[in-house]
Design a protein around this ligand. Structure first.
Ligand SMILES: [Mg+2]
Length: 171
């Protein structure tokens, strides 16, 4: 029942998603959330760690793009040293900009994964289009009521994810 909300894999941080893992999974292109996935809201540009991870992806020929719900100035400034495809004001879970990102990267739903920190925006958008979805815990959440409610709603899905994966591990 949770199929479109169920991440395929949970990672402790975005850079725990390695080139080797992506190759094994047949992933050739990534659609990345920015806020709370790669950097906290108030950090304007990628740090050394992020730059190193993007350099690894690039060296391996894995394409990447940003599809952010934040506004263009934020997304474009964050991207300006990376030069990825960038789509702002994306209104995820709307899939429109994910489709545009796939077109830009010449990728398909089968070889593209979405990476984000939110089930009801990032995961939902990607899974509806048939992509793999990888989730990371938010780097630093906004403490607004709206966000707290969203996180509360995510809990049963993450519980189901853990249960499913535990069963798979135990075979
Ligand atoms: Mg986010």
């Amino acid at each position: 029942m949770f199929r479109v909300w169920m991440p395929d894999r949970l990672f402790p941080t975005y850079d725990a998603i390695t080139v080797d893992f992506l190759k094994e999974e047949g992933i050739e292109a990534l659609i990345l959330d920015i806020d709370n996935t790669i950097a906290p809201y108030e950090v304007a540009e990628p740090d050394e760690r992020a730059l190193a991870w993007f350099a690894d992806l690039k060296a391996a020929g894995i394409r990447a793009s940003f599809v952010s719900n934040n506004h263009a100035p934020r997304a474009e400034l964050f991207n300006h040293n990376l030069g990825l495809f960038v789509f702002a004001d994306s209104k995820k879970p709307c899939g429109k900009n994910l489709r545009l990102a796939m077109e830009a990267m010449h990728s398909t739903a089968e070889n593209t994964a979405v990476v984000g920190d939110q089930i009801f925006t990032d995961v939902w958008a990607g899974k509806r289009l048939g992509m793999r979805a990888y989730i990371v815990p938010p780097i630093k959440d906004k403490r607004t009521l709206f966000f707290r409610i969203k996180r509360l709603l995510e809990k049963p899905i993450m519980r189901a994810y853990r249960k499913k994966n535990k069963e798979e591990l135990e075979g």
